[in-house]
Write a protein that binds this ligand. Structure first.
Ligand SMILES: Cc1cc2nc3c(=O)[nH]c(=O)nc-3n(C[C@H](O)[C@H](O)[C@H](O)COP(=O)(O)OP(=O)(O)OC[C@H]3O[C@@H](n4cnc5c(N)ncnc54)[C@H](O)[C@@H]3O)c2cc1C
Length: 387
């Protein structure tokens, strides 16, 4: 896969065909529920195939086995992927359990053991930051890594971690220096499943996602110093760039889902007749469609513009927060209106709309809540004024 605009259009077509002809039939054949985590073996099969086609890990560097796409190109594929209904969406493009730019900080040994197999879709990971007592306030982590002779001993619990139940190894953020806190006191450890003292706790049933999230429990779990990713104390700094990219990707996912909602709503408004004419002839319905389309266009424009800024290595902290905030709230409005346009039919499982409405509800919470995005945006505005 190369990085010209023409090839991206061709790739979008190939991606659409792959989803329609291979992934969705596989899902049907296996009788999978749309929001329950599929078996690990099937997920691996989809990932390997998606990687061979150049979709999985599309934006990871070629030297690491990825597709070498820019983020501004990857988001176009994300929008296409999410406009199709499939439970395998994370396995097609790569999500929180897949390859992430944080792992480019791997040393040679870690690269062979974790990064390369992860990019090929052979193994999966999870990003374990949140804890029962520390969500928005990452500086309040309680999971401790106590240094002993050349090893670290981890104690604590991680909470609502995507892919915790199925991951092969976890990226675990732990406090190594209480006095330094978030700035220099939090370290990222790569911890293998099966390490004594490391277990999966509760597997969560979360709205829209059953079996994808879970707890990770560490009880006197001893890991070698060689399991530190990057430098001790700089775990959060490593995550920062990745978090910005992820916020932009959430915007792309929201846009893809909104396309699906808008297409279904427009078709239904034209088809459904009440009072002797299509409901789409009524201005009340037309305004809903017009607002959905306008907001979708705004999000698509924001996503592609900020992704291009990220590719140019500009500071996008404020803009990525704006994309995440606006897109996650927009797709919730779109899901609400799509069901409203469909009336009672929209509440039936068979339309797939209630599924989207449940799924996108978490978008205003993951990767920083809407409140946290607003705080970040406003702080940057005030800082820029003071500069
Ligand atoms: C589906 C799903 C998947 C997830 N996956 C992962 C994952 O893979 N890895 C991971 O580490 N975490 C994951 N999380 C956890 C997620 O990151 C946290 O839920 C999120 O950061 C919010 O933290 P919290 O739930 O503890 O809420 P809290 O921080 O307790 O916030 C509760 C409410 O208070 C508000 N609030 C908090 N502080 C302020 C403030 N200063 N000003 C105004 N309002 C404030 C929040 O906005 C929110 O509305 C996932 C969560 C979900 C739902």
């Amino acid at each position: 896969m190369t990085t010209t605009a023409y090839d991206i259009e061709a790739s979008k077509d190939t991606l659409g065909r792959f989803l329609r002809d291979e992934v969705i039939p596989l899902e049907k054949e296996a009788g999978l529920s749309p929001d329950v985590a599929p078996p690990a073996e099937l997920r691996r099969k989809v990932r390997r195939r998606a990687h061979a086609l150049g979709f999985y890990a599309a934006d990871m560097p070629r030297e690491a086995g990825g597709g070498g796409l820019a983020l501004s190109e990857r988001v176009l594929l994300d929008m296409e992927a999410l406009s199709h209904e499939t439970v395998f969406f994370e396995d097609v493009m790569g999500g929180p359990g897949g390859p992430s730019s944080i792992l480019l900080a791997c040393d040679e040994r870690q690269r062979e053991k974790y990064l390369l197999p992860l990019v090929r879709g052979e193994i999966t990971t999870c990003f374990a930051l949140s804890e029962p007592e520390a969500g928005s306030d990452a500086g309040g982590l309680r999971l401790r890594a106590r240094r002993t002779n050349g090893t670290y001993v981890l104690n604590g619990t991680k909470n609502i971690i995507t892919n915790a139940p199925q991951c092969d190894f976890a990226m675990v953020f732990a406090v190594t220096d209480e006095a330094r806190g978030a700035m220099g006191g939090i370290t990222c450890f790569l911890v293998d499943k099966g390490t004594p003292g490391f277990s999966v706790g509760r597997v969560h049933t979360c709205m829209g996602f059953t079996g994808f999230q879970g707890e990770l429990v560490f009880e006197e779990c001893e890991v070698p110093a060689a399991s530190i990713l990057g430098q001790e104390g700089y775990g959060l700094a490593l995550a920062l760039d990745w978090i910005n990219a992820n916020r932009i990707k959430i915007g792309a996912a929201a846009a893809g889902l909104s396309r699906r909602l808008l297409a279904a709503s427009t078709a239904y408004a034209a088809r459904r007749r009440q009072f002797g004419r299509p409901i789409g002839d009524n201005q009340g319905i037309q305004w809903k469609l017009a607002d959905m389309a306008t907001e979708l266009f705004a999000v698509e424009s924001m996503v592609t513009r900020v992704a291009a800024m990220w590719d140019r290595k500009l500071d996008v902290r404020k803009e990525a927060a704006m994309v995440k905030l606006y897109a996650s709230e927009m797709v919730n409005r779109a899901a609400y209106e799509a069901i409203q346009i469909h009336g009672g039919t929209g509440c039936l499982l068979e339309t797939g709309l209630e599924r989207v409405a449940r799924m996108v509800r978490v978008y205003t919470i993951v990767e920083g809540t809407s409140e946290i995005q607003r705080i970040g945006i406003a702080r940057r505005l005030l800082k820029e004024l003071a500069a």
